[in-house]
Write a new protein. Structure first.
Length: 71
């Protein structure tokens, strides 16, 4: 009989998916209700909203690093 490898079994997801984050419980409940009525998951709904802001701010940070410091 082969030995079992220690640790969690592979999930089949890329490592950058499904990271837990803390969110105000009231906001999470509202987001879940909205997402349900739109036929999407809460994660999809929140990602749709914050994605553009995070990408914009990330681009700013990358430009700062390329310049060699803060503006």
């Amino acid at each position: 009989m082969a030995k079992r490898r220690p640790g969690r079994p592979p999930s089949g997801k890329p490592s950058n998916e499904g990271k837990p984050v803390r969110l105000d419980p009231g906001l999470a409940a509202m987001a879940k209700a909205i997402a349900t009525t739109k036929g999407m998951t809460t994660g999809e709904y929140i990602a749709e909203i914050i994605g553009p802001v995070v990408k914009r701010d990330y681009a700013v940070i990358l430009r700062q690093f390329e310049k060699g410091g803060e503006e």
